[in-house]
Write a new protein. Structure first.
Length: 114
């Protein structure tokens, strides 16, 4: 079982930057993939960014060129660098890990004001 804890959310003005962190309870080396999802009020949860075991990444079209996912094996952590934030990025952001099953963090709120 994988436990995930997110941090780094908060309130930011449009155009600003935030960095989200996700700490895993164990080694992330063997995970099939890790990613970030978000859910805005009244909307379905959607994929933001994902990184596979082999290092391949994919991003939602809405964040390409603005967000970057990365990982640190030594710290068992994955990060989401969010630049040029927009009000439509406002959502609860969830860390996800895949190892046979899906594992989720508790979520961290990101609010972008115009």
């Amino acid at each position: 079982q994988v436990q995930l804890v997110e941090s780094g959310g908060g309130l930011m003005q449009a155009g600003g930057s935030l960095r989200l962190s996700c700490a895993a309870s164990g080694s992330i080396f063997s995970l099939d993939a890790m990613g970030w999802y978000r859910q805005a009020p009244g909307k379905q949860r959607e994929l933001v960014a994902r990184i596979t075991r082999g290092g391949g990444t994919n991003y939602a079209d809405s964040v390409k060129g603005r967000f970057t996912i990365s990982r640190d094996f030594a710290k068992n952590a994955v990060y989401l660098q969010m630049n040029s934030l927009k009000p439509e990025d406002t959502a609860v952001y969830y860390c996800n890990a895949v190892q046979g099953a899906d594992y989720w963090g508790q979520g961290t709120q990101v609010t972008v004001s115009s």
